[in-house]
Design a protein around this ligand. Sequence first.
Ligand code: SF4
Ligand code: SF4
Length: 474
Amino acid sequence: MPTRPYLFYGLTNSICSQCLEKVEAKIIFRDEAVYLVKHCLTHGREEVLIADDIEYYKLCQDFIKPGDMPHHFNTPIERGCPYDCGLCPDHEQHSCVTLVEITDRCNLDCPICYADSGAAEVSALTDKNRNHRSLAEIEQMLDAVVANEGEPDIVQLSGGEPTIHPEFFQVLDLAKTKPIKHLMINTNGVRIATDRVFCEQLAAYQPGIEVYLQFDSFEEKALRELRGADLRQIRQRAIDNLNEFNISTTLVVTVKKGLNDCELGKIIDYALAQKCVRGVTFQPIQVAGRLEGFDPKVDRYPLTAVRRSILEQSPHFQSEDLLPVPCHPDCLAMGYALKVDGKVIPLAGLVDPSTFLKLMPNSIVYEQNDTLKKKLFDLFSTGNSPTMSAVKMEQLLCCLPLVAVPQGLTYENVFRILIVQFLDPYNFDVRSVKRSCIHMAQTNGQLIPFDTFNIFYRDGAPGAHLVAKVKAKL
Ligand code: SF4
Ligand code: SF4
């Protein structure tokens, strides 16, 4: 009797990448990798690589913990996931990070823009006008986050390019009146590089703000392919200005397989050498918006591949450092190091390696030590303001008898690596999307997971007609 050439691990719901209709999907293990296998009645069988490290994929399940609930939900459960966003009461995680898109316009025209932003007033993709949000609309979005979260951990002003909003500093003033713990500015850095007065004004808003700076590559070819322009000088000038004013900065790298995936270690080294930089976020490309030059079958680069590349290219992080984030383990991974007196001390280096390994899930020590477990979960959680990272790390280190906690640990000593994988019509998994904790604020008070927003809910989204169709049947 023959045996199947794969292991059937589980069952979930997904969507067909062609028509976006809901389909059942098997999760299978084959040849050291994890695949979603779907069958669409119209478009047939589809197989999508979702992880290339089975052990890490299974480890993610050990990091799941009960989700935190927002103060209230915004939509009823009527049509089933993903047609009830949101957040509907069936969503399993609160908003760790909420994006407030304050403009559709941009001073770049990146070929990979998930938001289909650009310099032209009208989008060639959707024929929709590109507008700046009014202050009243922005306040509605900020209030939506505050209503759900009370004191939101992280709000990102995004777009488009938020720094070209004509009332940008009034937006910051407005946001500062809300009980937001940490405000990030999601930017391509062009204005920061070219407008020193702007930087000086921005610095006055510290502490509690952070620049989330697009920083994909040191190579002209990669920058032209991802951003449509050679931004090397712009990037360096932006970093120079951010260093001068010591404005907390996270570098954000959009990773494309075979293009800039060989630069991850170099970017980490560069980031560690910059006074202003607190960490690097790596995001493999999500199939969304205006995505040119990307073949989902060939170019798919899952979180596990990004993680492996970092481990291969950077001496600072070991496998036990880059862990699943408990809020949404299969889509977020995080690693910590300390920058102390010009030296980099990775978290694993702070404890005896054998002790640290025992802290990992499934070990007797880890499972029995609830305090340690909670502190490790707390540290590796995006559900805390980044400024709290130093405090969390100090608390964790105090639990470890072998560790002398560095004196006067502050946010400037913390260096954080985050890998963020978004779901798209190919890797979409309903089990996973229900834990999504990166959400989009809406003027109608709703908060919609970033993943479903780009597929179904953004103005002109490819699946918007399906949500309307299901709604019409009710
Ligand atoms: S993704 Fe979340 S908010 Fe949206 S329908 Fe599913 S459970 Fe509800
Ligand atoms: S990806 Fe960012 S920088 Fe590029 S066009 Fe879109 S909003 Fe602008």
